[in-house]
Design a protein around this ligand. Sequence first.
Ligand SMILES: Nc1ncnc2c1ncn2[C@@H]1O[C@H](COP(=O)(O)OP(=O)(O)OP(=O)(O)O)[C@@H](O)[C@H]1O
Length: 471
Amino acid sequence: MNSRMEAIPAGWHEQIINLLAERIVVTDREGKIIYINEAYCEFLGTTVEVAINRPVQDVIENTRMHIVAKTGQKELAALHPINGSEMIANRYPLIVDGELVGALGTVMFRSPEEWRMYKTKIQHLVEELKYYKTKVEKELKSKYYFHDLIGSSQPFLAAKKLAERISASNSSVLLIGESGTGKELFAHAIHNHSLRSSLPFVAINCASIPEHLLESELFGYDDGAFTGAKKGGKKGQFEIAHNGTLFLDEIGDMPLSMQSKLLRVLQEKEVQRVGGQKSIPVDVRIIAATHRDLEKMVEEGKFRRDLYYRLNVIKIEIPPLNKRKGDIKLISMSLLKKLERKFFRTGIGMSEEVEQRLMEHSWPGNIRELENVLERAINVLDGQTIEVFHLPLYLREGQNSNGIASAMGEAESVEEMSSQITPLKEAVAQVEKEAILKALTVTSGNKQEAARLLEIGKTRFYEKCKLYDIK
Ligand SMILES: Nc1ncnc2c1ncn2[C@@H]1O[C@H](COP(=O)(O)OP(=O)(O)OP(=O)(O)O)[C@@H](O)[C@H]1O
C-alpha cells in the first residue's frame, strides 16, 4: 500500500486537515497567517479573506502563535481564552528540512455544543486554578518599596509622603484609586516600611476569589468541614498573616455576607475556621484597597457602614495617571527598563511623537494600561526606538481623550456642522461601542476586567458586546 502523501488526491487535503482539527491556523516565521480554515474564522467572527496575510495577533486574541514561530518551542494543551471562554490550544513549531519555518496551531472542540458542555464542566476548576495561580505569582513576585513608586507630580508625592508617614502605625489603611494606579504597590511599600516588614505580607483579591471559596480562604477550615476539604484542615489568610499585614484588594467587591464576618474578626481580633469551634487570636494590620466609591456604596446599602469606618482610619487617595501627566515620561522610562530585563533587550527608547501621543491619551487603565502599551510595542519592535506604528491602533489614530474624533473643530459652516449630526441614539451606541473596544484593548481582551473598567456588570457587558457584535 502506498502510504505517501502523493497518493492522496490534492482535492482531499483540505478536508482531511479539517477533519483532523476543526480549527486550524498556520503562520510563517514572522507570525503572519498563511492558512486558516473557515471553521476557525467563523468562530473568531471573521473571514478567511480578512484574516489571511495578517499578523496572527491581530486576528486571534491572546494568541502565542507568533512566539512559537520564533522560539520553536511547542505548547501543548495550553488554556487559551477566546471570546470569553477558555479553549484548549496546541501550538507546534513547523520545521521543514531542519529549519524553523513557522507554526501550526489547533483549537479543540468541533462544535459550539461540545465547547459549551466542556465549559460548564471545567468552569469551576478554571476559576479556582486562576485564583491560585495569581496567588502563587503574587507570593513569588518581588516586593515593592517606596523607591519603586515612580512619580514626581505634586498629588502623587503627597500620597506617597502620607503613606510613608503612616507606615509605622498599626491603624487600618484604605487605599482609594482607579484600577491600575498602583494601590497594590503602595500596600507593599507601606508594609515594607513598617515594623512588620520581616513578617508576612498576605495579599488577597476579594473580587477574584470565587464567592464559595472566600470564607474558607480568609478564615481557613477544620478537618472535615466540607467534601473535598484537606485532611487536617487548612489555615486561612488571617492566620497566615498573623503579626504581619493583610492586604484586602478590591474590598468594594466583597459580598455583604462576608463583610459582616470580616467586621467580626476585625473587632474581636480572632478567627474561627469554617467548621471549627476554637477561636484563634490574630494580630494583623489591614490595608484595604478599592477603585469603587465606598461612601456611595454605604449610602446605597451595598457596603456596611461600620466596616467602612473600621477600614477608613487612614485614607490615601492615589491620583489617576491623567491627573499627573507630568509623570508619564518618567514612569514610561522606568517601565521600559523593567521590560528590557523581561525581554532581554537593552537601550530601548521612544520617539518624540510617541511621547506626545502618550501625553495626549486619557489612560483609563492607568499605569497598567501604559505598561501593556509598552510591552506590546516591545513585542513588535525590531530596532530600539518605539515609533507611533508600534502603538495600538487607538493610540496611533490620535483620538482625543474620549476616543471620539473631534469633528466640531474641523467643521466650517453651520450647514456642514448640521450634516455631521447623528441621531442621539446612534451617537450613544457609537460611543458605547468605542468605549467597550477601548476597554478590551486596554485589558488585552479580558472581558471581566473590561467590564470593571467600564463600571458595569458582567451581564450588561456581555449584552452590549452582543448588541454591537463585539466578539
Ligand atoms: N508609581 C508607579 N511607578 C511604577 N510602576 C507603577 C506605579 N504604580 C503602578 N505601577 C505598575 O502598574 C501596574 C498596576 O499597579 P497595581 O497592581 O499596584 O495597581 P492597582 O491600583 O492595585 O490596580 P487594581 O485596582 O486593578 O488591582 C503594576 O504592574 C505596577 O508595577
